[in-house]
Write a protein that binds this ligand. Structure first.
Ligand SMILES: NC(=O)c1ccc[n+]([C@@H]2O[C@H](COP(=O)([O-])OP(=O)(O)OC[C@H]3O[C@@H](n4cnc5c(N)ncnc54)[C@H](O)[C@@H]3O)[C@@H](O)[C@H]2O)c1
Length: 333
């Protein structure tokens, strides 16, 4: 039986496909290519030496989903597909509600119809909102500050209701912290459309002189050096977490939320420093005012993932920065 990966040509999805294929799983990818490229499938196959079946399909297209499930014997879905730009979601919330929420409803309906009731879902640390104090644990109260976050929270709630209504369902809600880095081969990595909002793609742009110096938003936070602290996790560690989640789902039903983070927080200045040292480059930056919606510190309590999945993030910040830069240099046009 196969694992269906929605959004499988995207940043985290492509690394997870590699990890699944390396573990001997049969992988089927579907993606509408709104934020990724078809050529990623060939790269996944080059890295692993294995074939992955690909459908260019939109999860809002019920007929396309029906075709995928009709043509294949699908055991579980690893569900990455969705829009993820927080800023954009504030301006066009309906676009996010339709794609992320309606898309997930159609996906779940099709799964149910074909008696496929296991899902690993890409949630986010954003569901912890701004009031909880780090380290963030799964049982803390949830709240969100923007429409993107709301889609994650609403989907978490929806999946919880589905599991309550039918005990044959099994769902893992994986709450990611800040995925960065790239595959060691330099073949796959993050390829953001437009101007990125995350720190690492902006560091890359500053080094390659794309958008001027890096803007450091605030240096007066109550942290060790005044800049914001975040929990960065290597995308390959994150991908490995999905394979563990899937293994756990094969043993059990019901729903669990699990953090995927390292438990270590790094400040913006520490990341700049690590990036410069490991890659031998200079990151030009300027300090500007605080940005709305940023908390001083956000990092995971990763104990639940260690306990349930026997999973641990193994790659440190230097490796994350080196692998990202290697990806940039390998793909420089
Ligand atoms: N990258 C992060 O920092 C981060 C953090 C927390 C959670 N997440 C979540 O993880 C998931 C994957 O993130 P990513 O960074 O790999 O993003 P990504 O944009 O690289 O990957 C998402 C993929 O989904 C596809 N897609 C979007 N809408 C679709 C639709 N209607 N039908 C089919 N395919 C569709 C896109 O083309 C893209 O390839 C997303 O759900 C995102 O919200 C990401």
């Amino acid at each position: 039986m196969a694992i269906l990966v929605s959004g499988g040509t995207g940043f985290i999805g492509s690394h997870t496909c590699v990890e699944l294929l390396n573990k001997g799983e049969e992988v089927i990818i579907f993606d509408n290519l709104s934020n990724s490229k078809r050529e990623v499938v060939g790269k996944i196959e080059r890295i692993t030496g294995k074939k992955a079946k690909f459908y260019k399909a939109d999860m809002l297209d019920k007929d396309a989903l029906e075709k995928i499930f009709g043509e294949n014997d699908i055991e579980a879905v690893v569900h990455f597909a969705g829009y993820k730009a927080v800023g954009e979601s504030v301006h066009v919330p309906l676009k996010y509600f339709e794609n992320n929420i309606v898309g997930t409803i159609y996906l779940c309906e099709t799964m149910k119809k074909h008696n496929c009731k296991k899902m690993v879902f890409s949630s986010s640390a954003t569901v912890y909102g701004m009031k909880n104090k780090s380290p963030l644990s799964e049982e803390m109260p949830l709240s969100v500050t923007n429409p993107y976050g709301r889609t994650k929270l609403m989907i978490e709630d929806m999946l919880r209701d589905i599991c309550t209504a039918d005990s044959e369902w099994g769902v893992m809600l994986l709450r990611y912290f800040n995925p960065i880095g790239a595959h060691k081969s330099g073949l796959i990595g993050e390829d953001p459309n437009g101007i990125p909002t995350n720190l690492l793609p902006n560091i890359v742009n500053a080094v390659t002189k794309k958008n001027g110096p890096l803007k450091v938003f605030g240096s007066d936070y109550p942290t060790r050096d005044g800049s914001c602290v975040r929990d960065y996790i290597h995308v390959e560690d994150l991908a490995a977490g999905h394979v563990c989640a899937l293994k756990e789902l094969r043993r059990r039903n019901g729903i669990e939320a699990v953090n995927l983070g390292t438990g270590n927080g790094y400040s913006v200045f520490e990341i700049i420093d690590a990036f410069e040292k490991v890659n031998g480059v200079k990151v030009p930056y300027e300090i500007v005012g605080r940005r709305d919606g940023d908390v001083a510190e956000c990092y995971a309590n990763p104990e639940k993932a260690k306990r349930i999945f026997k999973w641990n993030a193994t790659r440190g910040i230097s490796e994350m920065c080196a692998d990202l830069w290697n990806y940039v240099l390998t793909n420089r046009k």
